[in-house]
Design a protein around this ligand. Structure first.
Ligand SMILES: C[S@@+](CC[C@H](N)C(=O)[O-])C[C@H]1O[C@@H](n2cnc3c(N)ncnc32)[C@H](O)[C@@H]1O
Length: 281
């Protein structure tokens, strides 16, 4: 059988659907565009009737097999969009999520009209939060990303170079250890999934790094350690902004207030969930 772009996408979509993948069509398109070296999947539509060589079909088949086994598209293509920028990702580093863009918005609001601030992103992963802030605010501030994972620091460095953000420094450390006070902003999307949480999708559990996901029994173990450290390192009037999991906002508010933070606010994501908790020192 002679495959074309159109017929192959259709067949791959069917295969992925049979495996229960909800985003089957989108994934089939993203993977074919990647496999053919197209910068954008929209190009598939202008080449819909293009016949494919056996080698092209075979390379694509391998990608579809990986996806059918549950591997996320971003690990297969090695990239993910965040806040309109493309970030490199690989196994061992969390794939940036669209919900996390809210964390960037909260920090941007706080920094409006300010200059010369020191911003620390704790648990930087791919570096998506701190690099996005640097891309948007340029050399107005100093930017630091920390992570306990060597792979994360390596990938974040790669992204820093790709995005030409010389103002960003990455430090391999435990939370804020070794970060010189005083700082103006502590922003973090920490691991907050309770161990054994049944709501976690299987592909996430199977493919994404445990160190990036799990925050102990109640999910709050890392946050519990981070809050007092942040209080110690922040300037008076400084901001802490934390992404939290479902149902954690109230508990995080209590932890913040117990450490001395004030003006605690909840920020809702597009689906209406309390996704970010912020406070001032
Ligand atoms: C949920 S991921 C967030 C990654 C990235 N900031 C993002 O939003 O896509 C949490 C990150 O925290 C890091 N991490 C876990 N425990 C840490 C610790 N004690 N100190 C520093 N980083 C830690 C993990 O390696 C992981 O990269």
């Amino acid at each position: 059988m002679k495959w074309t772009v159109g017929t192959l996408v259709k067949r791959a979509t069917e295969i992925l659907k049979e495996r229960g993948i909800k985003t089957a069509r989108l994934d089939a398109e993203l993977l074919l565009a990647h496999s053919l070296g197209f910068s954008d999947r929209v190009k598939l539509y202008t080449e819909f009737d293009r016949p494919l060589t056996e080698e092209e079909v075979e390379s694509y088949r391998k990608l579809i097999v990986r996806r059918a086994k549950g591997e996320p598209v971003a690990y297969i293509t090695g990239k993910k969009e965040f806040y309109g920028f493309t970030f490199r990702v690989e196994r061992g580093v969390l794939i940036p999520r669209p919900e996390t863009e809210l964390l960037v918005d909260v920090v941007l609001d706080y920094l409006e009209g300010k200059e010369g601030k020191i911003i620390v992103d704790v648990g930087t992963g791919s570096g998506c939060i701190i690099i996005t802030l640097c891309k948007l605010l340029k050399n107005k501030h100093r930017y630091i990303g920390t992570d306990i994972s060597s792979i994360a620091i390596k990938v974040a460095e790669k992204n820093r170079r790709i995005h030409g953000c010389r103002e960003v420094e990455f430090i391999k450390t435990d939370l804020l250890k070794g970060v010189e006070p005083p700082v103006d902003v502590v922003v973090s999307n920490p691991p907050y999934v309770p161990i054994g949480d049944r709501r976690l999708e299987e592909s996430v559990r199977k493919f994404e790094p445990a160190v990036a996901l799990f925050g102990g029994k109640d999910g709050l173990e890392v946050i519990r350690k981070l809050i007092p450290q942040a209080y110690e390192k922040l300037k008076s009037g400084g901001l802490i902004a934390l992404e939290v999991g479902k149902g954690q906002a109230e508990a995080v508010k209590e932890l913040l207030e117990a450490s001395g933070f004030r003006d605690v606010k909840f920020h809702r994501d597009l689906s209406g969930k309390e996704r970010v908790v912020s406070a001032l020192k």
